[in-house]
Design a binder for this molecule. Structure first.
Ligand code: 5AD
Ligand code: SF4
Length: 436
């Protein structure tokens, strides 16, 4: 029998990318192959994001597009996974009756069973936070070769309850995977050709599946021959402990790039966000990190227009950014999320949010560009990932996560070489093989 076809569309964060891979692999065991074309699919799965309103609304407009497909192919199964599934549950099927199944992020191992329950137009829904660990029950990754970079989820959920954020509700309480399972999965990835692993967690530096915390896990991973690079994301400033700071100084495989969101620079707003740290705490932390690893590139997340943010509060965020100098950053207008404390508070007008976001992004772009331009003339280590758009070109990432293009046919994906940066463009660097 010809294999059935599965089309997965992934929204949102890197954890969803990882989950989608794992779901595709689990469905492989049920006779499904993935396809890049929804019109060829026997099953369509949307792996969704609920972090901001726009992200959540995309799901419904995407579902609207599948109406015709379902009319032509009544056996087509349509599923919604991810954080919108968790947050809205059966409401999704009320708004879009063609949806056959809804599955929350902690129940992905139950997907084959849920699918088998959708015969004859029946609906299946699972948004539990089950006792069992989905990763123990999700089918193992098949041994097929793969590219040189991979994500590996080590921690999920969050207990911080920032006043704007849906994650503690959609992903649940903080849970860490035991280190031995993470190490087994990492060794398997390396056997399949992976040379760089990015450890994922909503609050990854709160990881406690190893007695030495995240730093202990990183050092254990660093022992794996063939694994060349380790990264992790996303971290909370309050969980940046001494051991993890020290690892940035002396663990060669840990890359000098850290995503450490602060969200805002005004202590009043930080307090109302329930962040439990001040701007000064954050700046001191950055100083300690840079004392340990002077060339560390920092990245952050910022929210503008949080309820009750004044122009003065906003300026405090701008001052903090000026003090830190970020190598990259993500910034967002505050978006009201149902069920979170901040959604109930007096809101900043939309045009004010737009204006602040523009000014903030202009500052971040200038900083980003300045740090990138400063790489010209320097040598970096690039791990090549794939051919570039131009023939004879390869693209890879420096240790600082800059995309670097090199004109050479000497490299294959996974190779690491010392590259001298010769120019800096809007989104990437160009380099040549560094002279010995
Ligand atoms: N509105 C805007 N941005 C948000 N984020 C989380 N919740 C919201 C919200 N309600 C941002 C934060 C977080 C990133 C993943 O998304 O900056 O770090
Ligand atoms: Fe959301 Fe991160 Fe705050 Fe947790 S720490 S509530 S995931 S923003």
């Amino acid at each position: 029998m010809a294999p059935k076809k599965l089309y997965i569309k992934t929204y949102g964060c890197q954890m969803n990318v990882y989950d989608s891979e794992r779901m595709a692999e689990a469905m492989g065991g049920e006779g499904y192959e993935t396809t890049a074309r929804p019109e060829d699919a026997d099953m369509i799965l949307l792996n969704t994001c609920h972090i901001r309103e726009k992200a959540a609304e995309k799901v419904y407009s995407e579902l609207g597009r599948y109406k015709g497909l379902k009319a032509n192919k009544p056996d087509l199964k349509i599923g919604v996974a991810g954080c919108v599934a968790q947050a809205e549950g059966a409401e999704i099927m009320r708004r879009q009756p063609m949806v056959d199944l809804v599955v929350g992020p902690q129940s992905y191992h139950r997907l084959p069973d849920l699918l088998s329950r959708t015969h004859n137009g029946a609906k299946a829904l699972d948004t539990d936070f089950p006792e069992e660990d989905k990763f123990d029950h999700l089918k193992a990754r098949p041994k097929a070769k793969r590219g040189p970079t991979a994500f590996l989820t080590v921690q999920e959920g969050c207990d911080k309850f920032c006043a704007f954020c849906v994650v503690p509700y959609t992903r649940g309480a903080e849970v860490s995977r035991p280190a031995d399972r993470v190490l087994t999965e990492a060794r398997d990835l390396v056997e399949r050709g992976v040379r760089e692993i990015t450890l994922l967690g909503q609050n990854v530096n709160a990881y406690h599946g190893h007695e030495g915390g995240l730093a202990g896990l990183i050092r254990a991973l660093a022992e794996i021959d063939g694994l060349a690079r380790i990264r992790f994301t996303t971290s909370h400033p309050n969980d940046m402990d001494d051991a993890l700071i020290a690892a940035h100084g002396d663990c060669d495989k840990l890359m000098p790039y850290l995503h450490l969101p602060v969200q805002a620079g005004s202590d009043k707003i930080l307090k109302r966000m329930n962040r439990s740290h001040t701007a000064e705490d954050y700046l001191r932390l950055i100083e300690r990190l840079r004392a340990t690893r002077p060339d560390l590139h920092l990245s952050g997340d910022f929210i503008v227009g949080f309820p009750e943010e004044t122009e003065e509060d906003f300026q405090a965020t701008m001052d903090l950014i000026a003090a830190v100098e970020y190598g990259s950053a993500f910034s967002f207008k505050y978006s009201e999320r149902p069920g979170t404390p901040a959604a109930e508070r007096p809101q900043v007008p939309e045009d004010e949010k737009d204006d602040r976001l523009q000014r903030l992004q202009a500052l971040l772009t200038t900083q980003q560009r300045r740090l990138q331009d400063a790489m010209v003339g320097r040598d970096v280590h690039v791990m090549f990932e794939k051919p570039g758009r131009m023939p004879g070109q390869m693209v890879g990432k420096s240790e600082y996560l800059h995309a670097v293009h090199v004109e050479s046919d000497a490299f294959s994906p996974g190779d690491i070489a010392r590259i001298r940066i010769v120019s800096s463009g809007p989104n990437s660097l160009k380099g040549v093989v560094a002279p010995r």
